[in-house]
Design a protein around this ligand. Structure first.
Ligand SMILES: [Zn+2]
Length: 262
């Protein structure tokens, strides 16, 4: 029997044979490591809390034949502020789902793991809009995987594409708004200068600062639309988890439902 000590983030956790859990741990250097956590499916078990999704832990795994078994776990971060907010919790589940899909080898895991951790820490902050974090994450993922969008000048040479451009999903690049260029753009979305600036920033900023900006609600709507569509098209998958939040009722503070009994 050999042992593996590894730090990682649990991106999936499923019940197995009534009382166990199978956890998928995203790591920096070993890709996704799967391990069986004996007894973790029971609420009173010492592993039950630390084997939930989104737990960042130091794990000690024992390898028997071809399987890893959880032996020890030390919690590093539970991202409590995310766990307590339904919108941020849904956003984090969306990010974990994407990470789970794209981390297919050690190389992709090595680039996505730091981005995911920065995103979860950013979600914990009160001053951060979860929709902005999701959008930046969605836009950055294709870039990390080698599907970078070309946000440079239009192929006609018109530099104003950077000011008022159209992002072409068909060609994964920016076009200017001249009719002759838009005719070649295929499926596209018109973008405001602020949205283009934000998207360029998301791809050029160091990870430590990638979420360190804010935008107007209108620009955020644009960003959300273009980043989700671009991600879904590049990964050929329809990610719909965030749509759950569109149907949630929102009340102005003064009209919020009261818990009082008449
Ligand atoms: Zn052009």
């Amino acid at each position: 029997m050999s042992f593996l000590s590894v730090r990682g983030l649990i991106i999936r956790s499923v019940l197995y044979k009534e009382s166990d859990r199978i956890i998928s741990i995203l790591t920096m250097d070993r890709g996704i490591v799967s391990a069986r956590a004996p007894g973790a499916g029971k609420s009173a078990n010492r592993f039950s809390y630390s084997t939930q999704p989104m737990m960042l832990c130091d794990f000690v795994l024992a390898k028997t034949r071809d399987y890893y078994y959880l032996r020890e776990v030390e919690m590093i971060e539970a991202f409590q502020a995310v766990q307590e907010d339904i919108e941020k919790l849904t956003a984090s589940a969306h990010l974990l789902e994407i990470a789970s899909d794209v981390c297919v080898d050690t190389e992709s895991s090595r680039t996505v793991y730091p981005l995911l951790l920065h995103a979860l820490y950013a979600l914990c902050r009160k001053d951060k809009n979860y929709r902005l974090i999701v959008s930046v994450f969605e836009w950055k993922i294709p870039d990390l995987l080698g599907f970078s969008a070309d946000m440079g000048v239009c192929s006609c040479g018109e530099p104003n594409a950077l000011q008022y451009g159209a992002f072409s999903y068909s060609h994964c690049r920016l076009f200017c708004r001249k009719s002759t260029c838009l005719e070649k753009a295929g499926s596209y979305q018109l973008l405001s200068p602020g949205c283009i600036e934000a998207l360029v920033y998301a791809c050029t900023s160091p990870l430590e600062k990638i979420f360190a900006f804010s935008v107007t609600p209108k620009i955020l709507d644009e960003m959300t639309r273009v980043s989700r569509k671009y991600l879904c098209e590049r990964l050929e998958k329809s990610y719909s988890r965030m749509d759950l939040l569109l149907d949630m009722p929102t009340w102005p503070a003064s009209e919020a439902p009261q818990n009082s009994i008449e």
